[in-house]
Write a protein that binds this ligand. Structure first.
Ligand code: CA
Length: 246
């Protein structure tokens, strides 16, 4: 896809939260070279201060931090903001990674990682973040096939306004959950395969853990199902994927 040329804009700003100087240096150099603006915090509390002061477009958040854990920082940011968050975990912290997604991170990477891989994740998350005018790449046309509102039963989804209502009441959803719901409801009554959903929500270059999809389905059910343990809206089609019941 050819990038659309746009007027000069201020660069996309990444808040890097990392207490290991060697990682910090590499990230600072790498992202600056790719044209991003960088802000840095070296512990959890500083992360929250820098987040409020600097309004970054994306937060790259290490899990193990002095003073306040990345999990708590993520939870705190999510209570006020939909900013894309990528968690960074060390090997052996897989449990933390899943918890990270449950507290609202959009994605995670495991140390050690290659910068190219991280950069692809960052771009993918930004691309999906339609509210973010400073996205490093234009929105993918596959993100949603239509911007028209969709109504199935008592669930109303309006992609252009990024709004979900159930029986008229607005439901707050982070970006990934919103994209996932849009992907499901856009083909209500038909099965959406796991691969289709991962492609549409995380991008075809997504190489992460497929558990990510299940974690997001679970979070979505907790918000839109009357009884999340016996879902009637988002139903599991064993061995295939998920279906939004029409
Ligand atoms: Ca650390």
């Amino acid at each position: 896809m050819t990038p659309v040329s746009r007027p000069t804009r201020k660069p996309t700003k990444i808040l890097i939260v990392e207490d290991e100087e060697s990682f910090l240096d590499a990230l600072r150099i790498g992202f600056t070279r790719e044209g991003f603006a960088i802000d840095v915090a070296r512990d959890g509390r500083e992360a929250l201060e820098r987040f409020e002061a600097g309004s970054p477009d994306l937060v790259l958040l290490d899990v193990m931090l002095p003073r306040m854990s990345g999990i708590d920082v993520c939870r705190e940011i999510r209570s006020t903001s939909d900013v894309p968050i990528i968690m960074v975990t060390a090997k052996g912290e897989e449990i933390d990674a899943v918890v990270g997604l449950e507290v609202g991170a959009d994605d995670y990477v495991t140390k050690p990682y290659r910068f190219r891989e991280l950069l692809a994740r960052v771009r993918s998350v930004l691309r999906r973040s339609r509210l973010d005018d400073d996205a490093a790449e234009p929105a993918s046309p596959t993100a949603t096939s239509s911007e028209d509102p969709i109504e199935i039963g008592d669930v109303h989804v309006d992609p252009s306004r990024h709004e979900v209502r159930i029986r008229g009441a607005v439901i707050d959803l982070p970006l990934k959950e919103f994209d996932l719901l849009t992907a499901l409801i856009g083909r209500a009554g038909r099965v959406a395969s796991r691969d289709q959903l991962i492609d549409e929500v995380w991008g075809h270059d997504y190489v992460g853990d497929t558990k990510t999809l299940d974690v997001h389905i679970k979070r979505l059910r907790n918000k839109i199902e009357q009884n999340p343990s016996e879902p009637t809206r988002i139903v599991t089609i064993r061995g295939l994927g998920y279906k939004f019941a029409d």
